[in-house]
Design a protein around this ligand. Structure first.
Ligand SMILES: Cc1cc2nc3c(=O)[nH]c(=O)nc-3n(C[C@H](O)[C@H](O)[C@H](O)COP(=O)(O)OP(=O)(O)OC[C@H]3O[C@@H](n4cnc5c(N)ncnc54)[C@H](O)[C@@H]3O)c2cc1C
Length: 451
């Protein structure tokens, strides 16, 4: 029989989960990675818009390498909260349990009755980008969206800029096709709309008559969370960050032509014929850093598609205790979950977002540089590598793994029989989902037309 050893369960197999699994595996720990989807690529596959083609492929390969390491056992198609219950699985006898399940719940739009209109003109950012990424696959069966003229996005962070870019790429791609000009989404995104039009003899894209889409943000352009000042920033650093934000937005608008309306919050959805027809907004002002509503200044934007991109949060899972919108952590740095010792959050699940913060590896300028590349506002010639953005999730996975390694070193390994019995349960589940080994599973579940 094999020796006594640690066996750790990880829920979520993407950036953070696979990194932690890889490191624990390298320490001789058996790691069981439960992943809700068939493919373990998380936000990289479903949240990072598919025009980041090379970046996605590279990240896929990195995740593949981590999850195919000996000692790492993937259990796909197994969702915590549905196929396994937290209050049960946490007591199976693991050495430790890691929650690496990301942030997939859209922050709800705080408008009276808004939830009634979801799917009838109101769409959240996560399913919208999921559609954009997967709709070209023949096997896609989810909801389909048609981007109408003047579509509206409520937000202000990177994800909201992704959404308006999708709007514009869809609108201009369609109008160019209607004129017999075939341009791939990749080329349009890469070169930008005005340059693509010029290359096809259209000097002014406005002559195409597209009603450009809208991004509406509650604060000023200078406040958009696109670049972050370092903690304790000097007034000069704050001013520079604000300048970078303005510049990034201006470049994105220059390349993709969307309208931006800062300093406005949604008041109510406009409804016509049982469908969203637009949004009524109220202007805001900033007074001493505080947002002050201007009830006498309202306006309407009309469109049958409104995408809310105001943040992603960890999903509530039955049995996991929440503190507000997050899980109940005793320590935000280690991700230690307060109610049960030996349970740790890792990656986006901890804060709900990967906040680009100044760190040893990612100074403010590096972060701004990465985001500019992420947004594709660096000009046509610049290389499109946004690797560092995802390195942050991996870095958090590494940091969490280090805490778990310390935790494990303070606890005796599981007796061999207990480790074996855990792995027997794992094998049974793998068998029931039809999983044998990583390479053949991935070949089987990857759609032939997946990008
Ligand atoms: C628009 C955008 C902006 C970004 N901004 C930043 C940024 O500012 N800073 C930064 O560091 N990174 C950013 N990123 C990069 C990226 O989102 C994350 O850093 C990284 O992908 C998070 O990895 P994760 O493993 O924590 O979460 P995810 O990639 O979300 O992986 C979670 C995994 O858990 C699985 N899962 C979920 N629920 C369950 C369950 N109940 N049971 C089992 N499995 C489950 C999911 O299927 C998924 O595979 C951004 C990405 C995008 C698309």
């Amino acid at each position: 029989m094999s020796p006594d050893r640690h066996v750790v369960a990880v829920f979520g197999g993407a950036c953070a989960g696979s990194t932690a699994a890889d490191i624990l595996g390298a320490h001789g720990v058996d790691v069981v990675v439960f992943e809700q989807n068939a493919r373990p690529y998380g936000k990289i596959e479903d949240g990072l818009p598919r025009w980041h083609r090379d970046q996605r492929r590279m990240e896929y390969r990195r995740i593949d390498a981590r999850l195919s390491r000996p000692g790492v056992h993937l259990v796909p198609n197994t969702r915590l909260g549905t196929d396994l219950q937290f209050t049960d699985v946490v007591h199976w006898g693991w050495s430790a349990v890691l929650l690496a399940n990301g942030a997939w719940r859209d922050r709800p739009l705080d408008l009276p009755g808004a939830e009634r209109w979801v799917g009838r003109g109101l769409v959240y950012q996560n399913p919208f980008i999921y559609w954009f990424n997967h709709a070209p696959e023949a096997s896609y069966r989810g909801p389909r969206f048609e981007v109408p003229p003047g579509a509206i996005c409520i937000g202000g962070g990177l994800a909201s800029i992704d959404v308006v870019k999708v709007f514009q790429l869809e609108l201009y791609g369609r109008v160019l096709r209607d004129r017999g000009i075939e341009v791939s989404m990749y080329d349009l995104e890469h070169a930008g709309i005005p340059a693509t039009c010029r290359a096809h003899g259209i000097e002014d894209p406005h002559q195409l008559g597209v009603a450009d889409s809208w991004l509406v943000y509650r604060r000023r352009v200078e406040d958009m969370p696109l670049a972050q000042a370092p903690p304790g920033a000097t007034p000069e650093q704050v001013a520079k960050t604000e300048f970078v934000r303005r510049k990034m937005l201006a470049k994105a608008q220059e390349k993709y032509l969307f309208h931006m309306r800062p300093q406005a919050i949604p008041l109510s959805l406009l409804i016509e014929a049982d469908h969203v027809a637009g949004v009524r907004f109220m202007e805001t002002q900033l007074q001493g850093g505080r947002l002050v509503e201007q009830p006498d200044h309202t306006f309407e934007l009309r469109s049958p598609l409104v995408v809310s991109a105001i943040g992603s949060l960890p999903e509530p899972i039955p049995g996991i205790v929440m503190k507000g919108t997050f899980y109940d952590y005793a320590d935000w740095d280690t991700g230690a979950y307060a109610p049960v010792s030996g349970v740790f959050g890792v990656g986006n699940v901890v804060t709900g977002r990967g906040n680009i913060k100044a760190s040893e590896h990612h100074s403010k300028d590096v972060a701004a540089y990465l985001v500019e590349h992420y947004l594709g506002v660096q000009g046509e010639e610049a290389p499109r590598t946004v690797e560092g953005l995802f390195d942050q999730a991996s870095a958090r996975g590494e940091a969490a793994a280090a805490h778990v390694v310390t935790y494990l070193s303070e606890h005796p390994p599981l007796p061999a029989a207990q480790a074996e019995s855990l792995l027997a349960r794992v094998r049974a589940r793998q068998q029931s989902v039809g999983y044998q080994d990583y390479a053949s599973w991935m070949t089987r579940v990857t759609p032939p037309d997946a990008e």
